[in-house]
Design a protein around this ligand. Structure first.
Ligand code: MN
Length: 287
């Protein structure tokens, strides 16, 4: 079995642009290898937005290089547009998987409809690292709609398989390294054995509810980081729980990140800032 190594959480929240009230449950973990290939976990909301008659809230055009952003919407709607021509609106249950790789410019806003009506808002944005050999590859965009995400039911709950595999069921996301992302809903009083591979880092994130893992209680907006050693984990629920399970084979390479760029060396970070300043991002299409 995997062991509980630590519980991660945010001691404060902050706004990303004016649209996303975010808690960074982890971000540039002091031991990057322990959460690899994941880099950052922003939990936005739960938050109730009032109807807005002005321009939709959000964050304007900004660059990324060297990794992927994965946005999972639980409540509300987000509209995205990027310099490669990728984009669209995603709503509850949908996932947007943007591979920034060699460089992209994008903007993230509430959809026009959600902005006007307001209401509950909740989403997760993950940053997923790329191996060095793929960091400068061509950007791409996967819009993964709820209807394309298979659901597996089991005693005590169900799981939507966004990436990787759960038993024989495979998720639709295409990934660069072996990754599992499961949106798991558990009943109160459940006792569920999750089949997590040996050698994968594992982050079991409680978005709402309360669980016990390896003898420790984990509550809302807390992430249980499990050992890469061992296979499988048992989750007991004390309440009805929404759990986001992230597992992945660590990328055994140096991580140097600054602002919106995550590379392997300081020189590559300087190059990213320089390329951005010289307008070398977002040449493939005008956004
Ligand atoms: Mn972004």
């Amino acid at each position: 079995m995997k062991k509980l190594m630590e519980t991660l959480t945010a001691d404060r929240d902050h706004w990303v642009g004016d649209g996303f009230p975010v808690r960074s449950l982890f971000s540039y973990h002091p031991n990057a290898a322990a959460v690899s290939p994941f880099l950052l976990f922003d939990y936005a909301g739960p938050y109730n937005f009032a109807p807005n008659i002005g321009e939709p809230r959000g964050v304007g055009r900004h660059p990324h290089r060297g990794f992927e952003t994965v946005t999972i919407v639980y409540d509300g709607e987000v509209s995205h547009k990027d310099s490669e021509g990728g984009g669209g609106t995603i709503g509850a249950g949908d996932v947007q998987w943007m591979t920034a790789a060699g460089g992209i410019l994008h903007e993230e806003y509430h959809s026009k409809v959600f902005s006007r009506t307001g209401g509950p808002f909740r989403m997760v944005q993950l940053w997923v690292n790329l191996p060095a050999k793929d960091k400068m590859s061509r950007p791409k965009y996967q819009a993964i709609l709820s209807a394309e995400i298979p659901v597996v039911t089991f005693a005590g709950g169900k799981a939507r398989i966004i990436a990787g595999a759960f038993g024989k069921t495979r998720g639709p996301a295409s990934t660069f390294t072996p990754i599992n992302i499961w949106d798991v809903r558990l009943d109160a009083g459940a006792n569920v054995a999750l089949d997590i591979p040996e050698g994968h880092n594992a982050l079991l994130s409680v978005l709402s509810g309360r669980v016990r893992i390896d003898g420790t209680e984990i509550g809302a907006a807390e992430v249980a980081r499990l050992s890469a050693d061992g296979a499988g984990a048992v989750v007991e629920t004390l309440e009805e729980t929404v759990l986001l399970v992230l597992t992945g084979e660590p990328i055994d390479e140096p991580v140097v990140g600054q602002g919106p760029f995550v590379m392997n060396t300081e020189g590559e970070i300087r190059q990213a800032f320089d390329d951005f300043k010289r307008g070398k991002f977002g040449l493939a299409a005008s956004a």
